[in-house]
Design a protein around this ligand. Structure first.
Ligand SMILES: NC(=O)c1ccc[n+]([C@@H]2O[C@H](COP(=O)([O-])OP(=O)(O)OC[C@H]3O[C@@H](n4cnc5c(N)ncnc54)[C@H](OP(=O)(O)O)[C@@H]3O)[C@@H](O)[C@H]2O)c1
Length: 262
């Protein structure tokens, strides 16, 4: 893809954090930006900061029944869907042994089935166009498990398996697949994370506080999309742990064991 001018870019989780920063950056690049998440009023606030054509389209990733309808609305509005950014999601802050199965399911429903459901609804449009780029925001937790992240990590690993398969299958239709693995980014992700009983964690964690800005994260993602990278990494020195795990697995566990999950 040469640039984003007049391309339709659909961003989920556009009301906050990384998705909000992506929506604003894409609008600066002249894209038609579709802003989706649950909170319509927050999406409208983000829309005010956008400079190009926008379309606020509320959706709940845990309710997949209306996704085909939503895809039709975007197609009717802009005629084509060039980029889908599966960014919306929730995290977790609880020991596996303290986490109800209901919370495990909720994390899978939003982060995995919501993402897969929307992707499957958009795919026929991209297949017909014989072009498209689907980008999914996984996490370092999609590369290795971490304290207090059992359900989150499982959902983020599951995304990787799905999209690596999809990449092989859809190459013939000229549909690109990129996975993003952010480290720590200063957003509301820890406040919105679920505790073991499903209540909100409600705290800004140390790691998040020291993380990179959503704007820097969004710029790294956009650069990676332009380079058509299969895997995009963004964050601080924590992203080195992916290489440490691969090449020095004993050292990896030694370092990881000393961390806390917050
Ligand atoms: N921040 C980090 O350090 C970090 C690191 C690695 C990966 N990530 C990933 O980055 C993505 C964005 O997170 P963020 O850090 O920007 O956190 P955030 O500020 O909490 O934003 C999360 C976004 O997801 C939306 N969302 C949550 N549940 C939803 C649902 N059921 N249906 C539709 N939208 C929903 C929220 O909007 P509404 O509340 O309006 O629905 C919000 O726009 C997530 O997938 C997260 O796992 C973040």
């Amino acid at each position: 893809m040469i640039g984003f001018k007049n391309k339709t870019v659909w961003v989920t989780g556009a009301s906050s954090g990384i998705g909000k920063a992506l929506a604003i950056q894409f609008s600066k690049l002249g894209a038609n930006v579709v802003l989706s998440s649950r909170k319509e009023s927050d999406l409208k606030e983000v829309e005010k900061q956008c400079q190009s054509n926008t379309f606020v389209l509320p959706l709940d990733l845990s309710f997949q029944d209306n996704f085909n309808e939503l895809v039709k609305k975007v197609s009717d509005q802009f005629g084509h869907i060039d980029v889908l950014i599966n960014n919306g999601g929730i995290s977790q802050r609880s020991l596996a042994s303290d986490t109800t199965l209901e919370v495990d399911r909720k994390l899978m429903e939003v982060n995995y089935f919501g993402t897969v459901g929307l992707t499957k609804a958009v795919l026929p449009v991209m297949q017909k166009q014989k072009s498209g780029h689907i980008i999914t925001i996984s996490s370092l937790s999609g590369k290795f498990g971490f304290f207090l992240r059992s359900a989150y990590s499982a959902a983020k690993f599951a995304q990787v398996g799905f999209f690596e398969s999809l990449r092989l299958e859809e190459e013939k239709n000229n549909i690109l697949i990129s996975m993003v693995f952010p480290g720590f980014v200063r957003t509301n992700i820890s406040q919105n994370a679920l505790s073991g009983d499903g209540e909100k964690h409600g705290k800004l964690d140390n790691n998040q506080e020291k993380g990179i800005s959503p704007k820097k994260c969004a710029q790294d993602i956009i650069n990676g999309i332009l380079d058509e990278k299969h895997e995009i990494y963004t964050g601080g020195k924590e992203i080195l742990m992916v290489k440490v795990k691969r090449f020095l697995p004993r050292l990896f566990y030694k370092i990881l064991r000393k961390q806390s999950g917050t």
